[in-house]
Design a protein around this ligand. Sequence first.
Ligand SMILES: CC(C)(COP(=O)(O)OP(=O)(O)OC[C@H]1O[C@@H](n2cnc3c(N)ncnc32)[C@H](O)[C@@H]1OP(=O)(O)O)[C@@H](O)C(=O)NCCC(=O)NCCS
Length: 183
Amino acid sequence: MINVRDVSLDDIEKIRTWRNNPAVAKYMYTDHYISLEEHQRWFNRIHADPSMRYWIIVSDGTDVGVIGLSNIDHVNKRASWAFYLAEESARGKGIGSYLEYFILNYSFEDLKLNKLCCEVLDINKNVVDMHKSFGFKEEGYFRQHIWKIDEAHDVHVLAILAVEWAAIKDSICVRLKQKGVLP
Ligand SMILES: CC(C)(COP(=O)(O)OP(=O)(O)OC[C@H]1O[C@@H](n2cnc3c(N)ncnc32)[C@H](O)[C@@H]1OP(=O)(O)O)[C@@H](O)C(=O)NCCC(=O)NCCS
């Protein structure tokens, strides 16, 4: 069973360890070593800033990763999102699909947003394809946008509108049920 719960103070060190894991940092915009002080500042910010919301991903009772919304903008009715599963052994089993379905429903049905955006590094083409399979459309491509170690990376810019999600939600639900991702 997969569920999400709000990030709490007890999660601080665990998230820092996850985020400093090269298997996670590789796909994030920043991959420098995150100190306790820097992490504490991030933690304080996500709790003070209403434009951010983060959850711990729990699979069969075990904490396995983080999913979050940022830039939640109720004026323009949009937000951005990202997620990761900390252990590579947790990936490829449908947890990510369950979460993508969750964040789309949460954004459009609970927060009543009109648009959900995300950005994906060029080295993560599978995730670009995954987002497209949930109805995200490529809106842009930032060339040499992020420097990681000693190399510039391009970034895929994707988004989906509320009306687009409403049109395909049922078929996605059927697909996820067939795959055993949804009950
Ligand atoms: C992205 C991530 C959360 C996806 O979760 P997941 O549980 O592995 O995804 P799923 O098992 O539900 O796979 C969903 C689909 O995407 C494909 N996919 C997702 N990530 C993939 C990867 N890294 N390599 C190959 N295929 C991948 C799966 O094959 C599957 O395709 P299908 O629906 O045709 O079978 C997870 O792979 C992860 O944590 N990656 C590292 C961090 C990251 O890249 N985060 C996104 C930053 S933008």
